[in-house]
Design a protein around this ligand. Structure first.
Ligand code: ADP
Ligand code: ADP
Length: 223
């Protein structure tokens, strides 16, 4: 049972110009249901490009992206947006929480946008916060939280709409090593508790070793 299937992805930037750069040379990669895969790549190897294509934020030149067995490569923009909202959760190095809303509200908003009732959204948001140990900070705005707490809230927001797939780009990369370690454990617990499939980019080989499998992206190919 495969959640994410990337097949022979190719991507270049600046097509036909002198500065054309081929970033992905034919990347194939499957993430199984409930599997957590580490994506390790040197800087410039095409990691962000790959994650953006997998999350339907960008399109490949050729190749296919399937989530939950459905080929999404040729879907129209509206359907791609719907899949992105419902089936994919994103986490970045920086939390990108909305500064004028509380931690709780930041996790409720994506649910409300999907038509979930206020009370249901709030209960679910509090459950997620409790699982990462930040429920006592629910009413605080992001600026009042520590870096580690901000990332934990961002994890909860990414999972708020119960996606099938989590895509993360250096999810603890802006934290000091000791904090990064603990915050990464919280992320793994959250992912395991929800049975989610995940592709998590990291430079940290210790963190990669805590996942199910590591794939290396080198010069635009899975090594
Ligand atoms: P990584 O995340 O592994 O550092 P990226 O996917 O961001 O790599 O970028 C891979 C290569 O593609 C880099 O050489 C980068 O400069 C180039 N690149 C990325 N985005 C663009 C873009 N929008 N236009 C032109 N070149 C780009
Ligand atoms: P962490 O281990 O999560 O990074 P810190 O050691 O940075 O935590 O912070 C410890 C405590 O101080 C946390 O409960 C956090 O909410 C609080 N805290 C950190 N920064 C601020 C701030 N700017 N305003 C209010 N409280 C803060």
């Amino acid at each position: 049972d495969v959640t994410l299937s990337l097949s022979n992805l190719k991507k270049a930037y600046n097509h036909g110009k002198p500065n054309e750069v081929q970033v992905l040379h034919g990347v194939s990669l499957d993430v199984g249901k409930g599997e957590v895969v580490a994506l390790v790549a040197p800087s410039g190897a095409g990691k962000s490009t790959l994650l953006h294509i997998a999350g339907l934020l960008d399109t490949p030149d050729t190749g296919t992206v399937a989530i939950g067995g459905e080929d999404l490569t040729t879907l129209g923009d509206r359907k791609r947006t719907a899949v992105r909202r419902n089936d994919v959760g994103f986490i970045y190095q920086f939390h990108h929480l909305l500064p004028e809303f509380s931690a709780l509200e930041n996790i409720m908003l994506p649910q409300l946008a999907n038509g979930i009732a206020q009370g249901v959204a709030e209960t679910h948001a509090m459950e997620l916060l409790a699982r990462v140990g930040v429920d006592s900070r629910a009413q605080h705005r992001p600026a009042a939280l520590s870096g580690g707490e901000q990332q934990r809230v961002a994890f909860c927001r990414a999972l708020a709409n119960k996606p099938k797939l989590l895509l993360a780009d250096e999810p603890t990369g802006n934290l000091d090593p000791a904090t990064s370690d603990r915050v990464f454990d919280a992320l793994m617990e959250l992912v395991r508790a929800s049975g989610l499939s995940a592709l998590i980019a990291t430079h940290n080989l210790d963190l990669a070793a805590r996942m199910d499998r590591t794939v290396r992206l080198e010069a635009g190919l899975i090594a």
